[in-house]
Design a protein around this ligand. Structure first.
Ligand code: PEP
Ligand code: MG
Length: 762
């Protein structure tokens, strides 16, 4: 082995050193070597790791365990991985390595510096290091003891079950794999953002800088509209400055995580960067661009007047956001429409414009259904088509929810699809990017997204999380796909879809003395879902369809015309007044409970006062339900119920679940289905987060399960925030389960680890 020291400082590293410092270490080293102000860092080399293995005798032990693993046997693989990780974590680090790390840490700063400790994969030929599991990162590490154990944890992460499986499949020799660890000062930026070193579309020598207060995450994630500056490299002057109203910022949250907070008034409209800082940043951008030979997309941060360059990568990523599509071959394709990508997948087909539900008979297998907005009674047609495009709606509209469950690509909120597209015209729909292209676009076409059900495990057994990860279901035919995700139960079963697909309103069944038919329909539909989740809780929500969704069905003529159906006669308020409608639903539940489906829980939507819950419970008692022994809970989707959560808890709810689709619209007065205001529909609005946070706290106090079933729960960033704030379970869409489970697992691990470290440090 080449005689490489245990530690290499960034300044000493060149890109050839990748075998010693890994991909991350090498790229940081290269940035530092060209004079970019990268936060100080050193790398514990792969050779140090090797010495650790040899000197502790672990190399032999690991070899013995790994030699005979049958990687296809999940249980055996998991056990072997745990054994090896345990060996690595418990082994005594050789004094020479320990001393080198401690000395380097001291050299970074006299006082205990807060650092990030990251694994850095060394195998150059690992095409996807993250898949190989070598990506553990520990933030906010402070003090020698915590640092040493974080390094050892990174080493252990080399032996995750996924990583071992992957290496076995790729034919890597277990006893030759290595790992390096980057130890870097953690930069808690006071202001931060991104920079494109040349104009991202025209390529002109104009440096575009976007910046805002707090951590750069706010700009990167789009949570804030940042200041926008253009620096003209030709005249070396600031050409354009647009100061945005910056309402929120992301800042570190205690010892772990980050939080979104409002910006104080004084800074909201203040300019983030001085002209001097803009010029300096642009200069660093130029250095990076010249060195790498292509325009760069750079992340930067500033602390106490010092600029740090955090990351630099080629600008190609922007093109993708601009709609290059998945294969990039759509550059020449003509874009006809843009909207919101509501259900992933790509499909090409013939346009069929549906102006009235009666026309759905003309829809054929493989067509592209184009309509103003889908209705529940269009579901049979939605099942057949290759993709769906609507004029109206946002991510939580009917079309979006059902398309995701059917696995049919969908673009919603295009505003003009029904006017611009023509019957019979061939188009290609990209449901991820929210784009409709003219004609069949080569290279983009793929099967319906539904084919790709996220697996319950990635080859190394399911990830177990303390926070339950559940799934939302609306149509029974999605139950099997939903169960295949390995979800811990159903956090929301919307039963209106069972009824509305029949094209008759509940009122019609009652008026026509077809009550038994109605109950049977509910019973059968719910049973399919219960059967798919044996032993796991399934929260069935009572009917919640606004009156306008009933309009086109048989019986719809008796529905009242409401000025604003979203604020109208829906959810529990309607059921409490429509005794028969409520009674028939309860009858179906009663029969299911009687048949032994004890895992059925009932969830009431749109409650705004505990009296509604109490009244619903009393009515159920009157119909013979043993209300104290069944699981009854509420949705928190009106600010009133979040604010009054303690009264609900006192009234005996057994669980609560945030319906953020509604909670957001009622908190910030943004119609969830109105594409004109869709860009203001913000799940992370501080007021929404404040309501959620305080309700979670109260539920915890009362030891009552607190969950989320709105669309926001399918966003990993939101899931991280929710876990950090103590949520008990998260219910996500079928297509989001895998990524939510992973986000939850990582967050939990980080929290546990940090708590343990804090304890050790005390
Ligand atoms: C919600 O409001 O977040 C929710 C899950 O219910 P729905 O989307 O059916 O209104
Ligand atoms: Mg709702």
């Amino acid at each position: 082995m080449k005689d490489v020291p245990n530690i290499l400082w960034l300044e000493e590293i060149r890109k050839e050193d990748i075998v010693s410092v890994g991909g991350k270490g090498a790229s940081l080293g290269e940035m530092a070597s060209i004079g970019l102000p990268v936060p100080p860092a050193f790398v514990v080399t792969a050779q140090a790791f090797r010495r650790f293995l040899v000197e502790t005798g672990l190399d032999q032990k690991i070899y013995k365990v790994s030699e005979n693993i049958d990687v296809e046997n999940n249980a055996a693989l998991g056990k072997a991985a745990d054994t090896i990780k345990g060996l690595v974590i418990k082994a005594k680090m050789p004094v020479s390595i320990k001393d080198d790390i401690k000395a380097s840490y001291k050299k970074m700063a006299q006082k205990d510096l807060i650092v990030a400790v990251r694994s850095s994969a060394t195998a150059e030929d690992l095409p996807d290091a993250s898949f190989a599991g070598q990506q553990e990162t520990y933030l906010n590490i402070k003090g020698e003891a915590a640092l040493l154990s974080a390094v050892q944890d990174c080493w252990a992460s080399l032996y995750g079950a996924r990583a071992i499986y992957y290496r076995a499949k790729q034919g890597f020799e277990e006893h030759t794999v290595n790992i390096a660890v980057v130890v870097q000062q953690l930069v808690h930026s006071e202001k931060a953002g991104v920079m494109f070193t040349s104009h991202p579309i025209s390529g002109e020598p104009l440096t575009i800088i976007e910046g805002s207060w707090g951590l750069g995450e706010a700009v990167v994630s789009g949570s804030v509209s940042p200041d926008h500056y253009v620096f003209d490299q030709r005249t070396e002057s600031v050409g354009e400055t647009t100061i945005a109203n910056k309402k929120v910022e992301i800042i570190p949250d205690g010892s772990h995580g980050t939080k979104l907070v409002p910006v104080d008034l004084a800074r909201q409209d203040a300019q983030v960067l001085s002209d001097g800082e803009i010029a300096k940043l642009a200069m660093y951008g130029k250095i990076a661009e010249n060195h790498y030979g292509v325009p760069q997309d750079v992340e930067w941060g500033i602390v106490a007047g010092t600029i740090y360059i955090l990351q630099s990568r080629p600008i190609t990523t922007i093109g993708k956001k601009e709609g290059m599509g998945m294969s990039g071959q759509s550059k020449d394709a003509k874009i006809l429409l843009k909207g919101q990508g509501a259900a992933p997948g790509i499909a090409t087909g013939k346009v069929v414009i549906i102006r009235d539900v009666k026309d759905t008979g003309t829809v054929k297998e493989g067509d592209i259904l184009v309509t103003r907005m889908t209705n529940p009674d269009m579901v049979p047609a939605m099942r057949k088509v290759a993709a769906i495009v609507t004029d109206e709606g946002g991510m939580t509209c009917h079309a979006a929810i059902v398309s995701r469950e059917l696995g049919t690509p969908a673009v919603v909120g295009t505003k003009t699809a029904t006017q611009q597209l023509k019957n019979g015209q061939i188009v290609t729909v990209d449901g991820e990017m929210g784009i409709v292209y003219e004609g069949a676009v080569g290279g983009l076409t793929q099967a319906k997204a539904g084919a790709a059900v996220p697996a319950a495990s990635g080859g190394s057994g399911p990830i177990i999380t303390a926070t339950s990860v559940k799934v939302n279901v609306s149509i029974p035919e999605a139950a099997a796909r939903a169960a295949a995700t390995g979800a811990d139960g159903v956090g929301l079963l919307r039963i209106e879809h069972l009824i509305l697909g029949l094209n008759k309103t509940p009122g019609w069944f009652i008026a026509n003395h077809k009550e038994e038919e109605f109950v049977k329909e509910l019973y059968d539909g719910i049973k399919i879902v219960l059967d798919a989740f044996p032993g796991k809780t399934v929260w069935v929500r009572t009917l919640d369809a606004p009156t306008d969704e009933f309009r086109n069905m048989q019986g719809g003529e008796s529905e009242p015309h409401e000025h604003n159906p979203m604020l109208g006669w829906r959810g529990i308020r309607r059921d409490l007044q429509s005794f028969d409608q409520f009674r028939l639903q309860v009858e179906a539940f009663k029969r299911l409970w009687k048949a032994g489906y004890e895992h059925l829980g009932v969830m009431f939507p749109m409650v705004s006062h505990p009296d509604q819950f109490i009244k619903a419970k009393e009515m159920m008692r009157g119909w013979g339900v043993d209300v104290e022994n069944v699981t009854l809970g509420i949705m928190i989707e009106i600010p009133a119920s979040a604010i009054m959560i303690e009264d609900f808890l006192k009234a005996g709810i057994k669980f609560a679940s945030f319906g953020t689709n509604d909670l957001i619209q009622y908190t910030i007065a943004i119609d969830r289905n109105n594409e004109n205001v869709a860009d203001m529909y913000n799940p992370q609005h501080p007021a929404v987060l404040a309501l959620i946070h305080s309700a979670i706290q109260k539920c915890r106090e009362y030891n009552v399960e607190c969950s989320i079933c709105g669309q926001a729960g399918s966003d990993p960033k939101m899931a991280i925030w929710l876990v950090e704030h103590g949520i008990t379970s998260i219910s996500a869409n079928i297509d989001a389960i895998a990524k939510i489970r992973e986000a939850v697992a990582r967050t939990e691990k980080r929290i546990i680890l940090e708590a343990a470290r804090n304890r050790d440090a005390e």
